[in-house]
Design a protein around this ligand. Structure first.
Ligand code: SAM
Length: 192
């Protein structure tokens, strides 16, 4: 996994940060999910971690074809390819298809364009079983949420959308939740 991490860093591919990854793995171990959904495969780093921590099957979605191909090779290299279904396409389209085919997941990890969390959250929640977990990474936006003076015209929409997502979670009586201000911040929601 160290090599995979180095490769990602050298090629500027964002992957889950170390402390977050540690907690993600611990959560996976304790939740013992059977079906995990991941949005944003990249090169398979976090997917492999979650698979190694569980006996689960993983459905993972990546829109970048080159990254998806690299992920496919990595899943094979790490011996988990039989437990992975890699979908190459836009997450929104794939989520709609998963819902239509009645698929359910007991653990969902998402880490993709940060301005879109509020759009995906209700859809992902529909795919989650009772007692299932949603893990949303990077919710602190590298401190932007707490530094209004650093919010520029360019990132204002993303910041407002992330605030919308956070409020959505806080107002959602179907779940319990916890925000962790570790690395770039993440949120763990559990469906009641
Ligand atoms: C931060 S990376 C994922 C890192 C990965 N989860 C890990 O920790 O190893 C986000 C990935 O999401 C993909 N992505 C972004 N928008 C997407 C979309 N709308 N649908 C599917 N994949 C998307 C990007 O191409 C990128 O590879």
């Amino acid at each position: 996994m160290q090599k995979l991490k180095q490769y990602a860093q050298q090629n500027m591919i964002p992957i889950v940060r170390d402390k977050t990854a540690g907690i993600l793995v611990e959560l996976c171990k304790s939740a013992k999910p059977t079906r995990i959904l991941e949005i944003g495969t990249a090169i398979g780093y976090s997917g492999i971690m979650m698979l190694k921590a569980t006996d689960a099957k993983l459905v993972t979605i990546e829109k970048n074809e080159q990254r998806a191909e690299e992920a496919r090779l990595n899943f094979k290299k790490y011996g988990v390819e039989n437990r992975v279904e890699l979908k190459v396409g836009d997450a929104l389209d794939e989520i709609v298809l998963l819902e239509r085919s009645g698929q359910k997941f007991d653990f969902i990890f998402f880490f993709f364009p940060k301005g879109q969390y509020f759009r995906y959250y209700p859809l992902l929640k529909n795919l989650l079983t009772g007692g299932g977990t949603i893990f949303a990474d990077n919710v602190d936006l590298l401190g932007l949420l707490d530094s209004p003076q650093r919010v520029t015209h360019k990132n204002r929409a993303m910041v407002n959308n992330m605030k919308k997502f956070i409020q959505m979670v806080k107002d959602d009586s179907d779940i319990t939740y916890e925000f962790y201000h570790i690395d770039d911040g993440f949120c763990v929601c559990k469906k009641k």
